[in-house]
Design a protein around this ligand. Structure first.
Ligand code: TRP
Ligand code: SF4
Length: 336
């Protein structure tokens, strides 16, 4: 058997996961488990880069995120699931990489420039926020990943990672492979208000939502904006509710809705009720598993501690190599 190629990806624990996260990243992570040696981690230090003032929720979000992951089918037997801050080697590698990373590379980073302009309610003029991609580079090359499954927004960070790896190798010897981004296609589904689904927009359906909550959120969804009255024919092709139907509702029913919407035989209220039922049914097993893990905290702790042990072994080996190659490795006589 040939060894599976390794991939690494992380998520910041900034709140409960929603359907956008599931369809945009997690479902893909789950699918990759059979074909790759997967290292998935919760980037809690990265959460500090923007949320350093109020850190009260990071620990709880981290735990909830692990429960979400387990509930959608990430398997600790298959994948290495861990928490960034539990592997101190990430901090050491970050420090070393920061020594060789030119500041202009970071200032040019498009996500940095965008966020500095867009986010006005937090002071992001910190060293750590500028250095975000350096920590991410450490996360990735630590495990000598060949690939990084991410959305398009993260491609610049993977590119910086490649540049940092190349620079390290040129100074100290070929240690790190250059990782490539494995693009996750973004889901067509939007939030209830037709903007990108996001916790901060208050337009999301969460994996932990009850069927009742799902029905209520779905009832508020904007449909075909042209369809003002019940008697107006609608156009499913431009309706966000219909995108959900295509994912969760059975095909025959989807065909019927597609027809009846265009002739105003079905109204949006009824159409949404049907969709909410299918969606709630699809999420029922996730919710069941959530309850299972919520009521077994020791089991979640064990998953975390086993995953961290596995990750740490690899990270320690990498750091041994790094320290040797940069000649800051004190074993025996110092500096002789
Ligand atoms: N920056 C990523 C995000 O916001 C999270 C992340 C941190 C990450 N370290 C990583 C993703 C390493 C992939 C690999 O989505
Ligand atoms: Fe959208 Fe359904 Fe209303 Fe048609 S009937 S516009 S598909 S919600």
């Amino acid at each position: 058997m040939t060894e599976k190629r390794r991939i690494v990806s992380g998520m910041r624990p900034t709140g409960p996961l929603h359907l956008g996260n599931l369809l945009g990243a997690l479902a893909n992570w789950v699918n990759m488990q059979d074909d790759y040696d997967c290292f998935y981690f919760i980037a809690d230090w990265h959460a500090l880069t923007s949320d350093y003032e109020d850190t009260r929720l990071i620990a709880a979000y981290t735990r909830q995120m692990m429960i979400d992951w387990l509930s959608v089918g990430l398997l600790p037997e298959k994948s290495t699931l861990f928490i960034q801050s539990h592997i101190k080697e990430h901090a050491e590698l970050f420090l070393i990489l920061s020594m060789i990373t030119p500041v202009p590379w970071l200032e040019r980073n498009p996500t940095y420039k965008d966020q500095m302009v867009q986010i006005k309610d937090k002071d992001l003029s910190t060293f750590g926020f500028l250095g975000y991609p350096v920590l991410q580079a450490a996360d990735i090359i630590m495990y000598k990943a060949f690939g990084v499954p991410v959305g398009v927004d993260q491609v610049p960070h993977v590119e910086i990672t490649r540049e940092i790896a190349r620079r390290f190798n040129s100074f100290y010897g070929e240690i790190f492979p250059e990782p490539q981004a494995i693009l996750t296609q973004t889901p067509k589904i939007l939030g209830t208000d037709r903007r990108k689904m996001s916790k901060s927009y208050n337009n999301a359906i969460f994996l932990s939502d009850s069927p009742k909550a799902i029905r209520s959120t779905v009832s508020q969804m904007i449909t075909d904006p042209q369809r003002a009255r019940r008697s107006d024919p609608g156009n499913p092709d431009i309706c966000n509710v219909f995108e959900f139907h295509k994912i969760y509702t059975d095909q025959q029913k989807v065909d019927t809705i597609n027809r009846e919407c265009r002739t105003a035989q079905i109204g949006c209220v009824e159409c949404k009720k049907i969709m909410a039922d299918y969606l709630a049914a699809a999420l029922a097993p996730v919710r069941e598993k959530r309850t299972y893990y919520e009521t077994r905290p020791a089991l979640v702790d064990e998953v975390i501690s086993n995953g961290c042990d596995r990750a740490r072994k690899v990270a320690q080996k990498t750091l041994d190599e790094v320290r040797t190659s940069i000649r800051i490795s004190y074993q025996g006589t110092i500096g002789a």
